[in-house]
Ligand binder design. Structure first.
Ligand code: ADP
Ligand code: MG
Length: 695
């Protein structure tokens, strides 16, 4: 289990000080922020850790490093503006107490002569010898021998202005109100040796004295196993269910009578031969397309592996079978690049293409929509504009989604839409490799093809870490590369000045580089530019009229300019691993040696350092994704947005691989024997995420 962040639990139970007049958001809103709305949410809001206040330890038998509760009388106290120190004694010994920040109420609690209960970790005292507790939980003891709690005290993740006491009561009520009876078949529960759901939940919220705290903390206790298993089971049921729904749907068979004249002509006309991996993947895609159940295939290939050709081939297959094909890309730049690139391949073959952008004006947009609706346009490329109102296809046979991780599941479904009772095939492309464990659970509903080979002649990109202090030196080096006819990218994290973050923003970098390299033609592109201007800047760079392009991450995905050989990333430590890998993938696309220079600012955080190390040492997208997963955890790595599935809260894909396997088997069996109850189980778990079962 990942250790809770320290500032998180230090704050737990201690209300945050508010400025005078500052209003707290309504309680329901603050609760919603931490995911608490229904009774079931509260039931599943599990403690971060526990405090054992069921016993009082004599001060004399305290040991350094042990967390315990003691009770005694305050015998000494000292308050300075910076600290509050006190001494607490019982019949067996004495203990120092130190608070470095404190409230007036705590000063009153620790007045000489008062009886207090302290809960905290004993440590060797600072300076004086003996033991001390720093920032223990302090409360007044009413009388000696006051009744002790009979269970461990849970400490919950809490939000602003939400106290532990309130949460404890609210959760206790939810535990009474919610139906916690087991849905899981009894035989399965017994076979796996799992406790009942009610038992497991009560144990986790209120463990009995003597409970194995480390098994609780590490989430290995049987009660934890039960919750993890239920969650994985629900997920597997949902996945199987959506797969079943899909295979019940009918798709147009895309298998032309004349043996595929369009696809063969496309292959013959390409300026290169397909790699073995591309051929294999195309075969897999073609086989799916020929089937009457809708394809749901993800093509994964590292940046530059040549996924676009696969998309073009699949589109040709749809068109030669008398259907339309649509390709949706996440950014205007990328959509337009695809439009131009693929059109250049397809138009000579007589294919009628169309382009739909969110920036199109009324009349132009209406005209495009009409061409799409009449079937006149056979291949349509666009951004999200494709799934916005008013775009209806005549006979869509294939929907292609590039950089699919940038889209949510609703968007994928929207494009697929369906026409004439038939569901179009869906082809997704992604350069973000998904580690096996993730693929197995989140993407169990996709078929996956991998392009595991780069086109020949690619030279690996050399990656260098350079301190930002050496920026000038680097600008000069880039200048000399440009004078050899090469082009370069210079990527910055922000557009505008931002004093707080002290990052060199794109605009400043642009001005500076322009003045330092007067001979070079320097361009600037960022998200805030009007579309027409972005297009012009990109076009000029593609045509080689611009030597150096200063950019924000708008150029992160897909952009393909083979003559660009240098990628400089300023403040590389602020970018995520996947992003760095994508950015680096913009170079090394031609036959010349390429460079990626990561300019880092200091001080580097621990993860920042680790990320840079990983990206420098590896150019393998899979390896990088695996590390990314390690550094960030799956929750962030692959949002619910991408998978369409609720994220796992309890089970860990890395640690619970054996449970995943068990859950898969059990889900299949349960759906076979009692699908109604199995679906109820899945709904109970993912109730908040309405609609996912249909996805
Ligand atoms: P990505 O997988 O990152 O989308 P692209 O499809 O943009 O990659 O291809 C990257 C570059 O490689 C393009 O310029 C493309 O024309 C070229 N390319 C694709 N396949 C091959 C091949 N088999 N041989 C040589 N070049 C290829
Ligand atoms: Mg691409």
């Amino acid at each position: 289990m990942p250790a809770p962040k320290e500032d998180y639990y230090r704050g737990a139970g201690r209300p945050k000080l508010r400025q005078k007049g500052e209003k707290l958001a309504p309680l329901s809103e603050r609760l919603a922020r931490i995911g608490l709305a229904s009774d079931w949410d509260f039931v599943l809001h599990l403690p971060l850790r526990y405090e054992d206040e069921t016993a009082i330890v004599p001060i004399g038998s305290l040991k350094a490093g042990v967390t315990a509760q003691v009770e005694g009388e305050v015998t000494l106290e000292r308050v300075t503006p910076r600290s509050l120190t006190a001494e607490v004694a019982d019949a067996t010994g004495r203990l120092q107490v130190r608070l470095l920040h404190f409230y007036p109420s705590q000063v009153r609690q620790l007045e000489r002569g008062s009886r207090v209960r302290l809960y905290g970790e004993a440590r060797p005292a600072w300076g004086a010898g003996g033991l001390e507790m720093v920032h223990p939980k302090v409360r007044r003891a009413l009388a000696e021998g006051e009744r002790l709690p009979s269970t461990l005290t849970p400490v919950y993740p809490a939000g602003e202005g939400i106290t532990q006491l309130w949460l404890r009561k609210r959760i206790a009520r939810a535990l009474l109100d919610v139906d916690l009876s087991d849905l899981m078949p009894e035989a399965l529960r017994v076979k796996l040796g799992l406790p009942r759901l009610r038992e497991a939940l009560l144990y986790l919220h209120r463990p009995p004295p003597g409970a194995d705290l480390s098994a609780l903390q590490e989430r290995t206790a049987p009660a934890w196993k039960r919750l993890k298993f239920d969650e994985l089971l629900a997920q597997q049921i949902a996945l199987r269910h959506s797969r079943a729904l899909r295979s019940a749907a009918r798709a147009p068979r895309l298998a032309p009578q004349d043996g595929g004249r369009l696809t063969s002509r496309l292959i013959e006309g390409l300026p290169f031969a397909l790699t073995g991996a591309q051929l294999r993947v195309w075969k897999e895609v073609a086989a799916d397309l020929a089937s009457a159940s809708p394809m749901n295939r993800l093509v994964q290939g590292d940046v530059g592996s040549g996924k676009t050709v696969i998309a073009a081939l699949a589109a040709c297959r749809a068109i030669e079978s008398g259907r339309q094909a649509a390709l949706m890309a996440p950014t205007e730049i990328l959509a337009e690049q695809h439009y131009r690139g693929i059109s250049r391949w397809l138009e000579p073959l007589g294919v009628r293409t169309a382009w739909l952008s969110g920036h199109m004006k009324g009349a132009e947009k209406r005209e495009m929509s009409a061409r799409i609706a009449s079937g006149e346009a056979q291949f349509v490329v666009g951004t999200h504009a494709l799934i916005q109102d008013g775009v209806a296809f005549h006979s869509l046979g294939l929907a292609i989604i590039d950089e699919q991780h940038r889209f949510g599941v609703e968007q994928r479904l929207a494009l697929r839409g369906g026409s004439g009772g038939l569901t179009p095939h869906l082809l997704m492309l992604s350069a973000t490799p998904i580690p096996r464990t993730l693929a197995m659970s989140y993407l169990a509903d996709f078929d996956v093809s991998v392009i595991d080979e780069l086109p020949p002649g690619r030279k690996p990109v050399s990656t260098r870490l350079v301190s930002i202090a050496r920026r000038d030196e680097l600008i000069a080096a880039v200048g000399s590369e440009i004078s050899r006819g090469r082009q370069a990218y210079w990527v910055c994290p922000l557009i505008d000045e931002n004093e707080q973050l002290d990052l060199t923003p794109a605009k400043t970098a642009f001005e500076e580089i322009r003045s330092k390299l007067p001979a070079a033609s320097v361009g600037l592109i960022h998200g805030a530019l009007p579309q027409a201007e972005k297009d012009a800047v990109m076009e000029s760079f593609k045509e080689g009229k611009t030597d150096l392009l200063v950019a924000t991450t708008v150029i992160e995905v897909g952009v393909d300019v083979p003559n660009a050989t240098v990628m400089v990333i300023e403040h590389a430590e602020r970018f995520g691993l996947a992003q760095l890998h994508q950015l680096r993938g913009r170079v090394g696309r031609g036959s010349e040696k390429s460079w990626c220079v990561l300019l880092y600012g200091e001080p580097l955080s621990e993860t920042g350092r680790e990320r840079l190390r990983v990206i420098r040492q590896s150019s393998d997208g899979f390896e990088i994704a695996r590390k990314d997963l390690e550094l960030r955890g799956p929750g962030e790595f692959l949002g619910a947005r991408q998978s369409g599935m609720p994220m796992l809260r309890f089970a860990s894909l890395e640690e619970d691989g054996d449970l995943i396997d068990l859950a898969r088997e059990a889900a299949a069996e349960w759906l076979r024997t009692d699908p109604q109850t199995a679906l109820r189980h899945a709904k109970r778990w993912f109730a908040q995420r309405e609609g996912f079962l249909e996805a």
